[in-house]
Design a binder for this molecule. Sequence first.
Ligand SMILES: C[S@@+](CC[C@H](N)C(=O)[O-])C[C@H]1O[C@@H](n2cnc3c(N)ncnc32)[C@H](O)[C@@H]1O
Length: 218
Amino acid sequence: MEHTFWLDRWQKSEIGFHQAVAHDFLERHWSALGVPKAAEVLVPLCGKSNDMVWLADHGHSVIGTELAQSAIDQFFAERFRTPAAVNQAVFTVSRAGPYALWCGDHLALDPAVTRRIGGVFDRAALVAMPHTMQQTYADKLAALTPSGVPVLLVSLDYDPSEMDGPPFPISPGRVNELFSRDFRITLLEKRDGLNASQNLKNRGLTALQEMAWKLVRR
Ligand SMILES: C[S@@+](CC[C@H](N)C(=O)[O-])C[C@H]1O[C@@H](n2cnc3c(N)ncnc32)[C@H](O)[C@@H]1O
C-alpha cells in the first residue's frame, strides 16, 4: 500500500485492525518458539499493538517499526510513558522502558538494528502488504532475522472475491512460496477466524481461516 494510505488511516483513527488485548496466539504459541526470556523481539509494522506490552510483560525488550508517528505517540501516551526521541538515518526512534519504536519505512531498516534479536512477532504485518510487496517483505524479514531465530507469524486466508485487502489473504502455499528458501516452516495452528473478526464480517467475509506459523531462519 502507499504510505499515505496508512498515514491517512491513523489520522482518521480508522484502525479497525487494532486489538484491545494481545493476540491469543501469543499466549498459546510463544513459549513453543523457545525465545530466551530477556531477548529483544522485533515487531514489524507494530501500530500501537498490545502484543508489544505482552512481550514486554514476558521479559522481552521490543523493537517495533511503524510508519505513523501518531501510532507511536498514542502507544506511549496510553501507557503514561514519555519517550526520548532521536533521529537515526531515515528513522525517528522513540525509546521508553523496554520499547524502542522506529518510525519510518520498515523496508528501510538496517539489519544492524536487529542483529541481537531472539525472536519476531508478525501479526497484521505480512497481511498488510499487497501481493506485489509480499516477497519484498519476506526477503526483508530474512535479512533482519539472524540464523536460528524464530518468527511467530499470524496469517489470514479468505476468498479474495469477497473482500479487498488489507488484510490480504495468504494461503498456506503462499507462505511456503514466500518463506521456504530462507526459513524452516511449521504450521502451529489453523482455525476458523470469522467469529472473532466482526470487522471483516462486516466487510463481506463469509469464511476466514487464521493460522499461526513458526518460521525459523535457516
Ligand atoms: C494492519 S496494521 C497492524 C498493526 C499492528 N501489527 C497490530 O496488530 O495492530 C499495519 C500497520 O503497519 C504500518 N505500516 C504499513 N506499511 C508500513 C511500512 N512500510 N513500514 C512501517 N510501518 C508500516 C501501518 O501504519 C499500520 O499501523
